[in-house]
Design a protein around this ligand. Structure first.
Ligand SMILES: [Fe+2]
Ligand SMILES: [Fe+2]
Length: 189
């Protein structure tokens, strides 16, 4: 397997863990009106920093870029869909941050809203990665040439993930430990 695909697979595993913890906290909020707010804060920081600034640009600027160059007609539909989802992510993260802030300040109805927003973000993230894993990445393997993969591998190796790097950035260390501890937990409650 090319190193870039290994990196993407590893990042998707970490994002899946994030999605599952979010779904679990959302279910606790909906059921009990309570959740681990500090963990939700850490998750909010992670999804603000990571998918839009590190993960998606890597896909768009390198993998998707070379796919469009090599097989524009075959790749158009799937890449247009994924790009449109990436573009909506900023708004989804902002909705999550706002719902979290409202909940923190004790606004009426904020708990239910946060549960709903967190659950829907988690669902989106899982679905988005399923489409990449089962449709876009296999298509990349079909259409890309060795020189494309060399360029993609080099670019990916120069990139870093605050959660997965050898020395996770300080704000993410708590989340990293939590994810490792909860890694085997099934989605939801
Ligand atoms: Fe993506
Ligand atoms: Fe992805």
């Amino acid at each position: 397997m090319r190193s870039s695909m290994r990196i993407l697979a590893r990042e998707h595993l970490a994002l899946r863990a994030v999605a599952r913890i979010l779904a679990m906290e959302a279910a606790l909020l909906a059921r009990d009106g309570q959740a681990d707010m500090d963990l939700l804060d850490t998750l909010a920081r992670y999804i603000t920093e990571y998918p839009n600034r590190i993960h998606h640009p890597k896909e768009e600027n390198f993998l998707f870029h070379y796919m469009r160059l090599r097989a524009p007609a075959r790749c158009a539909d799937i890449l247009d869909r994924l790009l449109s989802e990436h573009n909506k992510e900023h708004d989804a993260v902002t909705r999550f941050q706002n719902a979290l802030a409202a909940c923190r300040s004790g606004q009426p109805g904020a708990t239910g809203e946060l549960a709903q927003v967190a659950a829907s973000y988690a669902k989106y993230l899982e679905r988005h990665m399923d489409v990449e894993n089962t449709q876009a990445f296999p298509l990349a393997i079909e259409v890309l040439q060795d020189a494309d993969w060399d360029a993609i591998d080099a670019a990916f190796e120069a990139n870093d993930d605050p959660l997965l790097g050898n020395t996770p950035a300080a704000p993410f260390q708590a989340l990293h430990a939590r994810i490792m501890a909860l890694g085997a937990m099934p989605p939801g409650v």
